[in-house]
Ligand binder design. Sequence first.
Ligand SMILES: Cc1ncc(COP(=O)(O)O)c(C=O)c1O
Length: 482
Amino acid sequence: MEPVDVIEDIRLDGKQPLQHQLYQRLSERILDQRYLPGRQLPPSRQMAKDLGISRNTVNAVYEQLKAEGFLQTRAGKGIFVHEDIKSAVNPSGPGLSKPGVVSMELPPLPALPRGKSKPVEDASLPFQPGLPDLDAFPIRAWNRIMHHQESRRSLRGYDSIQGYQPLRRAIAAYLRTSRGVRCDEHQVIITNGAQQALSLLADVFLQPDDSILCENPGYRGARNALGRFGNPLIPIPLRNQVLDVEALPGLEPARARLLFCTPTHQYPMGGILDLSQRMALVQWAQQNGCWIIEDDYDSEFHFYNKPFAAIQGLYENSPVLYMGSFSKTLLPALRIGYLVVPEAVVEPLLWAKQISGGETPLLTQATIAEFIESGQFTRHLRRMRQLYRDKWQRFQNEVIEKLDGLAQPVAESAGMHLVLEGAFDDVALSQWLKTRGFGSTPLSAHFLGESSRTGLVMGFASANEREITECVNTLRSGLAKP
Ligand SMILES: Cc1ncc(COP(=O)(O)O)c(C=O)c1O
């Protein structure tokens, strides 16, 4: 039989590397049995001439296909489609009786979770909630520290699942002084973002019949992680933008194992739980055998007053699982968060972490540790607090001035986002705003079940002055439409 006629059959274009294209064309033809086992291919010189490409490219593809078992060389005769391909393509059948495209059928799929992952194109839009000012990050100082750390041999292997000890020590010291957390480094577990902290808590704390109490509206990342085994999520209503502690006794808390809250800056409404409410919450949890997950996600950014100390530190031995993250204080891309837990649950959480991802990247941990120890973290926070305060003020002023009667800012002087509440279709408005280049999330999406309020959650920290003005003007034009 004549060798395959590649001039007739194969077209290459400039869109992808030629070697990759030729490999794809040949392997496809062998797999779908257009080139049958035993069929001869032209010598590389001939193929290169016919296709107008270099002989080295053809030789490289032939070598690759031989190594993978698609082709074989017969001494003195040339290159052929491997005879054994037929048993690989049709292992139990009578041979190659079924020409045509080889298509695999997936085995039956299990019941898949219905959630959708975040679209990547939203990730860095100005006003995307949760995003810090990426341009204000002290990248040179950071790089200097990273270069200094990166040549250390001890950072190239495995390390402790619990996290790099100097980082745990630095976090414990920082939390004791700035957040009143009662802890030492043995209670700190480094996680891959706050999100992993939540997943680990779900792994360790939840039994099939347990329920989870969550602020409503609240942080979706927490609801998704804690509710992923199907445990019932019970909404706790807000009063004056904070968790309504008095509503707890009426919520069938009998089997509530976990209560998720953001007491120092309610997400997304921004309220701050006062001291008497904090005490009542801890006492309620103690009496009802429930653990409080305290997400202290952005308390570094309280603009005029020092933030309330963390609930975790109110009492000795309180039933609080404290979590934090460097996503807002440094960068979300680092994917580093931390848990502070009673010593008795450290070991079970480490086991859960070991089987779901293992260690946290060491170089990043060591860089953060040095960044904190050298005093640069504190300086960075001070600068960001001032910067975000200015942005918050500007954004709020613009909203009050230009969106009067259309949207109302719900504001404490804290954090990196603001809710603009109003009677509009917030899902549609958020989508539309995205087409204009601005991020946001609809307030209604933060509710469990029926939403009772609509608005936009807007992360002002990532927007510059011009973007703040443009976004508010854009919103006015969108909201003023009949
Ligand atoms: C309420 C809340 N908690 C925690 C986080 C931090 O999550 P992570 O550390 O996984 O980036 C965020 C980020 O947006 C948040 O909004």
